[in-house]
Design a protein around this ligand. Structure first.
Ligand code: 2HG
Ligand code: ZN
Length: 471
């Protein structure tokens, strides 16, 4: 049912928006708006006033003008795979779905650039890049749903940050619409372009609070000639500091000896047990004897298998290893890591904490956070995994009620004690907004507020996300 068909003739804004995007793309029927109103975790949800699905940047501009005039807030949404509640309504906002702005418009393997609409999924952009022997340098498990615009807005990370950086580092430009409906484009793709402030970098990670990304220009990298994945089971001898210490010492060794480290992902026995039980995957190499598993991926011009084998063979904590070179076998190894999120979701609604620790503190943090969570929530299931090479662990606590902020605060307080960041790659959203002030200096937060007020003086862009206490 569309705005016209619902008989909500009293809603002048719905009529105006339906006239802009066409009635078919202005959704007011709860059965149609429902999928846009709850995030992937099922932890964050709210009723939208309506959902609008513009088909062009010009329509996005007109939608923002109409909502601004009506004083109605707007929550931009891409693939709805964010995990911190930043892309779903809190109550009464217009959800601005960017998914119709999909399509790869340009792939240039010489200039190493790809231009695409904000609603293009990561998987579609990856396929377009692969067709010309390139890749994006960014990858994550939600690739089939996550959109490029959403990944820019959240400065998404993923499994290749260790080599190519997060989404902000992959960006060569964007087109964006500002709160007043005006728009700008920086899509020239020049190698050097140092004119004025870095608005592209600023909008990356702004979580829909400063503007709406409608198009992205991404840097490409050539596909490496050889790619090898290795799933390494580590068993820790007494006195060597636990599974995470072993993971890190191996990552350090690989960094020193092998060129082209592209991923270094951490898994633990309890997580793999759950993944195998929930998905039916056969137990991985070294299971259940090992304490921790490191999934390594290396890509480059020459075959690193011999160097890698020598290094792994000589490492005191390595119990067993499975190596894969062809795409199918590599994907089979990656399944153990990528299926953690869906396996955890089978247990219930998870408290997901995505945190980064200094290299020197990661191992002690891992042991400590397990202990404090166990003590406070003895019945909870606790699953850790993450991007070991980046110091980024995903701490998942399942059991305590979804609306209880206790587990979040406990984990994040522990992170703070160890000098870490409360958001490594998922952003602040609504989940961690109380932690903005606790994570940044007062002058830093004041500068963020100044930017917010300058670019969105009416406070219509995603109010309630990022900043504590609403706007
Ligand atoms: C990943 O690394 C994502 O797979 C999701 O960041 C993390 O489910 C999570 O906690
Ligand atoms: Zn992650």
């Amino acid at each position: 049912m569309t705005a016209e068909a619902t008989g909500r003739a009293d809603d002048a804004l719905a009529r105006e928006l339906a006239a802009i995007v066409s009635p078919a793309h202005c959704l007011v029927d709860p059965a149609l708006t429902a999928p846009y109103e709850v995030d992937w975790t099922r932890r964050f949800a709210g009723r939208a006033r309506l959902v609008v699905r513009p088909g062009s940047a010009a329509e996005v501009g007109r939608v923002l003008v109409a909502c601004g005039a009506a004083g109605v807030a707007v929550v931009a949404q891409g693939g709805n795979t964010g995990l911190v509640g930043g892309g779903v309504p809190r109550g009464g906002e217009v959800v601005l779905s960017l998914r119709r702005l999909a399509g790869v418009e340009r792939v240039d393997p010489e200039a190493l650039l790809l231009e695409a609409g904000a609603g293009t999924t990561l998987a579609d952009a990856q396929a377009a890049a692969a067709a010309v022997g390139c890749e994006l340098g960014i990858d994550l498990a939600a690739r089939d749903s996550a959109t490029l615009g959403g990944m820019v807005a959240t400065n998404a990370g993923g499994i290749h940050v260790i080599r190519h950086g997060p989404m902000r580092a992959r960006l060569a430009g964007i087109e964006a619409v500002l709160a007043d409906g005006s728009s700008f484009a920086r899509l020239g793709g020049l190698v050097k372009d140092n004119v004025g402030y870095d608005l592209v970098g600023l909008l990356a990670g702004s979580e829909g609070t400063l503007g709406v990304v409608t198009k992205v220009l991404l840097r490409l990298v050539p596909v490496p000639k050889v790619r090898v994945a290795a799933l390494v089971a580590l068993s820790v001898r007494p006195g060597r500091g636990g599974g995470t210490a072993a993971l890190l010492s191996l990552v350090d060794a690989v960094r020193r000896e092998v060129e082209g480290l592209e991923a270094a992902e951490a898994m633990y026995r309890d997580g793999l047990e759950l993944v195998c039980a929930a998905t039916g995957l056969a137990p991985p190499v070294g299971f259940p004897a090992a304490d921790a598993w490191l999934l390594l991926e290396v890509g480059g011009p020459s075959d690193p298998t011999d160097t890698l084998a020598e290094l792994l063979g000589a490492h005191p904590d390595v119990l067993d290893t499975a190596v894969a070179t062809d795409a199918g076998t590599r994907a089979a190894l990656w399944a153990y890591r990528e299926r953690h999120t869906e396996a955890i979701a089978t247990l219930g609604v998870a408290h997901k904490l995505d945190v980064c620790l200094p290299r020197a503190e990661l191992a002690t943090f891992e042991a400590n956070v397990r202990e404090v969570v166990r003590r406070a929530y003895p019945e909870a299931r606790l699953v850790l995994f993450g991007h070991a090479g980046d110091g980024n662990l995903h701490v998942n606590v399942v059991g305590p009620p979804a609306d209880d902020p206790g587990p979040d605060d406990l984990v994040l307080e522990t992170v703070r004690r160890f000098g870490g960041s409360v958001s490594a790659e998922h952003g602040i959203g609504v989940q961690k907004r109380a932690w903005l002030d606790r994570s940044r200096d007062p002058a830093d937060v004041a500068a963020m507020w100044a930017l917010k007020r300058a670019l969105d003086p009416r406070g219509i862009l995603n109010p309630g996300a990022v900043f504590p206490g609403g706007q």
